[in-house]
Design a protein around this ligand. Structure first.
Ligand code: NAP
Length: 296
């Protein structure tokens, strides 16, 4: 498959490398050109603009947020203007439900296809091609994209033919992870202040009632206070809670815990923690109990 790949950040660089390893013909673009080198060294072609990356059957975007995705898609010489008739734009970023719908409408109007395929899994999982892909879009495109999803992930869940549903599902999953981070952080602050070893506490949890990747991964980061370098930056964590709350407001679904989590991220960012891993939000509880500030 001829694939254009736009956005070589923590996630995109690893996903693009796996597409190359699976034998796909890849053209890569990144706003900061220095990130292109490691992929061209493995056989990718460098594009000087998103438009050049659109000379393909499929263009994948793995950009930070709505602003970046809008700029690259709707901007001058953007994806809408440049993608050929019938070609597919796959957005793997975690973007708003509203933008996902807008992208689907705009690509349909331009005679192109839009597929939403946000992913679960941190950069380590992306490197190991172990992501979980949450996909939604027209059925023929899903079939055509199966080899692409297989190259980056361990399993694909097709959740709907309406693209925006994939983003709603992804945002809901991230909300649960953020809730786990906050509640684990509170529990660890409590036992930690009483002198219990946090790693031993975590071992007890994950050996009994909480044997799940979310507890193991985020519990480990919290217990070791390992917040740098960020696998997923706190500023992006706040973005996801904000997008979740916007979708919930549109659907008139109150999410009181999400409101609390949003405020916890605001506290972390206001204290200068935006570039720490989003798990640092859970360390606010220990800080408030007299411990160290997350990130020092
Ligand atoms: P990241 O490391 O911050 O990379 C962001 C990418 O977006 C970079 O390529 C960056 O280009 C580009 N970008 C940002 N603003 C731009 C703009 N205005 N115009 C053009 N390009 C722009 O982020 P990430 O961790 O890879 O995450 C990417 C997406 O995946 C996000 O939506 C995130 O929520 C989602 N996600 C992340 C994880 C994770 O654990 N990290 C897991 C699942 C999903 P530059 O290099 O020039 O800055």
């Amino acid at each position: 498959m001829r694939i254009g790949f736009v956005g070589l950040g923590n996630m995109g660089a690893a996903m693009a490398a796996n597409l190359l390893a699976a034998g796909h013909e890849l053209t890569v673009y990144n706003r900061s050109p220095d990130k292109v080198g490691p992929l061209t060294a493995r056989g990718a072609i460098a594009a000087a603009s998103p438009a050049q990356a659109c000379d393909a059957d499929v263009v994948v975007t793995m950009l930070a947020d709505d602003t970046a995705t809008e700029a690259v898609t709707f901007g001058e010489s953007g994806i809408i203007e440049s993608l050929r008739h019938g070609a597919i734009h796959v957005s793997c970023s975690t973007i708003s439900v509203a933008l996902s719908q807008r992208l689907a409408d705009a690509h349909t109007a331009a005679g192109q296809v839009f597929v939403a395929a946000p992913v679960f899994g941190r950069p380590e999982a992306a490197t190991a091609a172990k992501l979980f892909v949450v996909a939604a879009g027209p059925a023929p495109a899903m079939e055509a994209l199966a080899p692409l999803f297989d190259a980056v992930g361990q399993r694909t869940f097709v959740v709907s033919d309406r693209a925006r549903i994939a983003h709603l599902v992804k945002l809901s999953g991230n909300f649960l992870i953020a809730s786990v981070i906050e509640s684990l952080g509170e529990a660890m602050a409590l036992v930690g202040k009483a002198g219990v070893d946090k790693l031993e506490f975590l071992d007890l949890l994950t050996s009994t009632l909480f044997d799940a990747p979310a507890y193991r991964t985020y519990g480990g980061l919290l217990a070791r206070e390992e917040f740098e370098p960020a696998g997923f930056a706190a500023r992006l964590g706040l973005k996801d809670v904000r997008l979740l709350l916007a979708a919930a407001e549109d659907l008139q679904v109150p999410l009181p815990v999400a409101g609390l989590v949003r405020d916890r991220y605001l506290t972390l960012l206001a204290g200068g923690g935006g570039e720490l891993d989003w798990s640092a939000m859970g360390a606010l509880a220990a800080w408030e109990a007299g411990g160290p500030k997350p990130g020092g």
